[in-house]
Design a protein. Structure first.
Length: 73
């Protein structure tokens, strides 16, 4: 299995060289442009909007976790 750290490091070198030699009106390069396998699959998809948790329910959960009764000797 290839080591992703080496691919990322080499991708950074490639991006550096490409960005040094690019024209001012062109886009910048990133390591993922040279090694597409570095892209996280979940980042390529559109983000799913999850509704925020109910604050009251969250508060009750935290209170329940913090106020556990300890067994008395």
């Amino acid at each position: 299995m290839p080591d992703v750290r080496f691919d990322f490091a080499f991708g950074q070198v490639c991006a550096l060289i490409a960005n040094i030699n690019r024209r001012d009106d062109s886009r910048t390069w990133s390591p993922e442009d040279f090694f597409p396998m570095l892209r996280a699959p979940e980042l390529e998809q559109e983000p799913v909007s999850n509704p925020p948790p109910d604050p009251e329910q969250h508060s009750r959960l935290i209170s329940a976790l913090l106020s556990r009764a300890t067994p008395k000797p």
